[in-house]
Design a protein around this ligand. Structure first.
Ligand code: TPP
Length: 541
């Protein structure tokens, strides 16, 4: 390995480039951000200038989900960092690897400066995962050990506050990139106990979560489901890990009501990579034993499993499949019974509209027109129920959603990152009008990079998810609605093609036209929100 001196910032961008980082996202200040952008450009890392810093961190995190090494974001100090905060919280709770490099004050400056000044480390610490490696020193050692940290590949964000001097400091550069090894050691006793539980079960059920939502794991997850002859439910974030067309697919699991009849029939619940951050705030009521197959123990958790097989899933899943295959399956599930549960799931999520388009009609029309080609990104809001249920996800991360932080303003930046990563597939964005308005400035970013995205805004002039909770509590109108803006017109101003369908015919032709084109497009769907309350009750109870 040859070593030659290099500035830290050049070493850093080279290290990240070799690991796969190709873009950096953010809004600069006039200090170290400029040095970082300059060094990144010399390494071939492209600048994506965003409208806001929270969106930049989301884009970096989503890029990291696809490329494995962390996505790179930057901000200025003070207002830039606080503006990035929601993105950091999303990267943390949505388990996305993003490295945010923020500007900082130089030592001694704070003795006389109060302008834009606050304790930056103290602001970001609570947003980041616990542990020593969340605010990184500007050093090779800190970056190398963060990149090698567990869980692998890293699914967590970190922040660095380098001074200009730190970026310029000389470090020994190496040409090679050490491969990050994955530990494959599994406790044999716990594996044997896990296989025993699975082999004794007459009615196992599998619940797949976000840790398993990786392309390299999808076939092992499916083999496990088939070896167990079990119905499989998926969290939102793991959608597609078992394709919706798989005969064992029985619907979505959120910790709510719709899945209860299926789970209650099981005598063993096998959690595969289920991160409890994804579940809604309801206690665990199931009585069946739980086998938790995970690569990280998350605390707090909703339940204490009978057996926890905690090891890298790429090692534990094949071992489990092997252990189950070696004995005859005892499962008494029939195809008809699994189909019955799947049909019940879809029937429960049907949604009616009295005057305008229902969210279900819009999602199905888009799914038919786009034919599963683009990825789907989904925002927080009532539209999300239909989006996640009726979109045909066929592979891990076909649907991207913030379901750990569950933040509005996620879907558009997430789609930009997905479309930049994979421009041929591109992305469809499903967002409420409230959520779109939180990141409307990123329409500029989409136009600037000519992103292959189609935004479908569920325009109902209301914070519907909150308004239906208000109705459920039988409270009077609290003023959570507004006059519907014309997003189609606004989008044209940014250089988008756009449509404004108000009925099914207009919707179908808008989707058909949009699906044949690339570049930034927006469909401003006029939604009747009246069916949302019943749909939510059916889903969550
Ligand atoms: C940043 C942020 N603020 C507030 C919330 C709480 N919240 C969740 S859904 C929702 C309403 C979303 O409204 P809209 O985007 O119009 O979607 P709809 O529910 O109408 O489909 C709100 C306010 C949140 N999740 N994230």
């Amino acid at each position: 390995m040859s070593k030659r001196p290099s500035s830290f910032v050049h070493w850093l961008v080279q290290r990240l480039y070799k690991a796969g980082t190709r873009r950096l996202f953010g809004v600069p200040g006039g200090g170290t951000s400029l040095d970082l952008i300059d060094a990144a450009a010399s390494q071939g890392i492209e600048l994506v200038l965003t409208a806001r810093e929270d969106a930049a961190v989301i884009m970096a995190g989503v890029s990291g989900v696809f490329t494995q090494p962390p996505g790179l974001a930057f901000s200025t100090k003070g207002p830039g960092l606080t503006s990035a905060a929601n993105g950091l919280a999303s990267a943390s709770l949505d388990r996305m690897p993003a490295l945010l490099i923020a500007e900082t004050f130089v030592p001694g400056e704070l003795d006389y400066v109060s302008h834009q000044a606050y304790d930056q480390s103290a602001v970001v610490q609570p947003l980041l995962p616990n542990g020593p490696m969340n605010v990184l020193d500007a050093s090779r050692e800190a970056v190398d050990s963060w990149l090698a940290c567990s869980p692998k590949p890293a699914r967590q964000p970190a922040v660095m506050f380098p001074t200009r001097d730190a970026l310029r400091a000389l470090v020994d550069a190496d040409d090679g990139l050490e491969p990050i090894q994955t530990e494959k050691i599994i406790g044999q006793t716990v594996l044997a106990r896990a296989c025993e539980l699975a082999n004794e079960s007459l009615k196992p059920i599998v619940i797949v979560g976000l840790e398993a939502a990786r392309p390299e794991l999808a076939s092992e997850v499916q083999k496990l489901v088939e070896a167990l002859n079990a119905p499989v439910l998926s969290s939102y974030m793991a959608s597609g890990t078992v394709p919706v067309g798989h005969p064992n697919y029985a619907g979505i699991f959120t910790g709510g009501a719709i899945e209860q009849s299926c789970v209650n029939e099981a005598d063993l619940i096998v959690l595969v990579g289920l991160d409890p951050v994804e579940l809604i705030r309801k206690p665990w009521t199931y009585k069946a034993s739980v086998l938790d197959v995970c690569d990280t123990v998350h605390q707090p958790h909703y339940l204490e499993p009978e057996v926890r097989l905690c090891a890298p899933l790429e090692a534990s899943l094949p071992a489990l499949v092997e252990g189950i295959r070696s004995s005859t399956s005892t499962s008494t599930w029939t195809d008809e019974r699994i189909t019955m549960h799947r049909d019940r799931f879809y029937a429960g999520l049907q949604i009616e509209a009295e005057n305008g388009l229902s969210s279900g009609v819009v999602v199905k029309a888009a799914a038919a027109a786009f034919g599963g080609k683009p990825r789907l990104t989904v925002d927080a809001g009532a539209h999300m129920f239909s989006a996640c249920a009726f979109w045909p996800s066929m592979a891990p991360r076909d649907i991207l959603i913030s379901n750990g932080l569950a933040t509005m303003g996620f879907a558009l930046p997430a789609a930009l990152a997905a479309a930049l990563h994979d421009p041929v597939r591109g992305a469809v964005v499903m967002t409420g009008d409230g959520g779109l308005m939180m990141c409307l400035g990123e329409l500029k970013t989409a136009a600037q990079v000519n992103a292959n995205i189609c935004i479908i805004v569920f325009n109902d002039g209301c914070l519907s998810l909150i308004d239906i909770k208000r109705k459920e509590r039988e409270m009077s109108d609290l003023g959570l609605s507004w006059n519907r803006p014309d997003f189609a017109l606004a989008a044209q101003g940014f250089g988008f093609q756009s449509w404004r369908p108000a009925n099914t015919d207009e919707l179908n032709s808008a989707c058909a036209e949009a699906a044949t084109q690339s570049g930034p497009r927006l469909i401003d769907a006029q939604i009747d929100p009246s069916g949302y309350l019943n749909q939510m009750k059916s889903l969550r109870g």
